[in-house]
Design a protein around this ligand. Sequence first.
Ligand SMILES: *Cc1c(COP(=O)(O)O)cnc(C)c1O
Length: 404
Amino acid sequence: MSTKNASAPLQEATVIVGAGRRAEWTGPVVNPPVWRASTHLYENTAALAQGPRVNEDGRFFYGRRGAPTQWALADALTTLEPGAAGTVLYPSGVAAITGVMLTLLRPGDVLLITDNAYDPSRSMGTGLLTDFGVETRFFDPLDLDGYAAAFCERTRAVLIEAPGSLSMEVADVPALARIAREKGAISVLDNTWASPLGFAGLQRGVDIVLMALTKHVGGHSDLMMGSASAGPELHAKLRERAQQLGNIVSPDDAALALRGLRTLHLRLAQETQSALAVARWLSTRPEVAQVLCPMLPGAPGHDIWKRDFTGGCGLFSFVFRGGDAAARNRFIDALKLFGIGYSWGGFESLAIPIEPSRHRSVMPWPPSALRPEDRHGVRLAIGLEDPVDLIADLEQALGEWRRE
Ligand SMILES: *Cc1c(COP(=O)(O)O)cnc(C)c1O
């Protein structure tokens, strides 16, 4: 903890307020100033010679190793991730994913990726990593036996995402991480959906937890950033490789991310509540075949979500009962309060069409619980608008879906 000593362990909301505030870095101000720095000046040549020796946050060296604004954000994220020794920041979520993989993998290694992972993670496997001599194999995270059988002696790492991108299946992350460890592989969790407030990844056995801070932590759709947190050994390796790759985030963006972080718990709680109201309403509609929202009782993955997660967020999907892609697109175009666009985790609601079959190679789509014609989906990111208004907007747009 970086705040003043307190006798009892503090509640999460209290920790978020104080996380990353260090007087020795930033003086007496509440928010760390935006330190724009490439060059750090040294007292003399002896101090200059000392500079590079200790490579850690809090030691000025050169802009590529950051300054108090970035250190404060990394420190805050470390504080929020139980079991983390440190956090490395990256200029985007994708940079965090590739930065982690370029730390762990060597030519000849095999990487396992959940089949329902974020599409750019899949492209990293089939593109960048293939070019560097790493073999990527996709697996169904709901089939633990198939997963265990997919390991070979060259399997070095596993990239897990739960809930899955677009289709929202909830994998048994503690089991996936435990099996990886038994097989001698390193498990990496893309925890962008839940954040450490909803799922404490390292505590649940994962080796490295990463996030697209672009989403919930930024929270205002105005910055791109990623992070990876780990225990001491892996953190040191991630840090070294990130510096070799030249990964650094701007102090302006770090200050924005830190500002977003202070209200993360409030926004997530509100989004979760609103998303549940919208999901519940959608599940009563005849136009909807299935709501893919792990927080919703009865929805796919709800039991594991309830067992493992301590929170949710506003992101979920649903699938139309029959219809075609044109009707689905008419529905989205008719929405007035939902923006049409990528990303999520901002204060504003968004909607995009989803066709998961285009982004998977092992898992069936639609899933076996649905009829083959129930396949055209929508992903909603519920923001901070009143859910009463969002539901009314969805209702009028369903009229467009039903039109010829
Ligand atoms: C958006 C996203 C990313 C990538 O983040 P960027 O900052 O857009 O590069 C990674 N993982 C998940 C699950 C995401 O939704």
